[in-house]
Design a protein around this ligand. Sequence first.
Ligand SMILES: [Zn+2]
Length: 343
Amino acid sequence: MWQIIGQSKIVSLLQRSIEHGSLAHAYLLVGPAHVGKMRLATDLAQALNCKAPEPPCDKCESCRRIASGKHADIQVIYLGQNQAEESKQRAEISIEQVKDMLHTANLPPFEGEYKVYIIDQAEQMSNEAANRLLKTLEEPPAKVLFLLLTANDKLLPTTIVSRCQRLELSRLATGEVESALARRNGIDPAKARLLARLSHGCLGWAIAATKDASMLQQRADRLNQLIEMASAGYVWRFDVAGQLAFQFSKKRETVYELLDEWLGWWRDVMLIKTDCRDAVVNIDFMNTLVDMAQSYSLVQIKDIIGAIRSAGEQLKLNANARLVLEVLMLNIPRINRIEVKHG
Ligand SMILES: [Zn+2]
């Protein structure tokens, strides 16, 4: 049985292709982070090498070796692989990684039926790495399957994209994530409900959050700061803007993530203001959200959402980060202090 949750169209297409022997030489698996691209790649590698009558069984020797990363015919390369912690900043999949992977491409499979080469975050390949891969994609060896995983295929060279069959993985419905967490991962219903909402349809994120408590803690810290900001004076707010501008100079993504979280929060406030509570994401902060919705008018909420969006866009255009964030702070009307009440 394929382990991936959802993506049933893609799974049946791949199953049919395996049955008919019409598998492409290379697939591009496109979808947001944690949506299940690596799970799908692993399922496919298992399906091609499984010994059971209905592959993949996830139980036979071959399936188990693939799942634990020990199968000699399945290779995965990714960003930061084999790099010392301090040099992981280098944002490239190198030509050496691709060369190492392709080293045995022309030999028959060692222990299975098919070699499967998986490149995670394929858009991070250096130009040299992509060119080296392209050579092999142009004359693909038999019994070799390439799986390129990416959240953004527009960043890949068109020469590579044109050699791959594109499969787009979609976000799961909140209910699908919730039931998978409760049923397969044994997460208690209340937590499954919250994580499903926070995951935005990416089950892998929710599963990671069940294993790493710091993910939810970091979110709670960010939301508490956001709530405090609403009643804080400008000295406090500009201090936060300064800290964020510094973070932005070190690691841009963290600030983009934070702004996304703020957008999610204000969207929730808007949903409550407009009586659409069912769609609220941050359900564990429901009482605080309700208090906040009472403190702002709908027009103010709409303006705040617009201001956060515009700040994000300006940061992407390389505007002065500190100034952009300070202006954003000015655009959030000050209200009376709100006590955080969970539930
Ligand atoms: Zn098997």
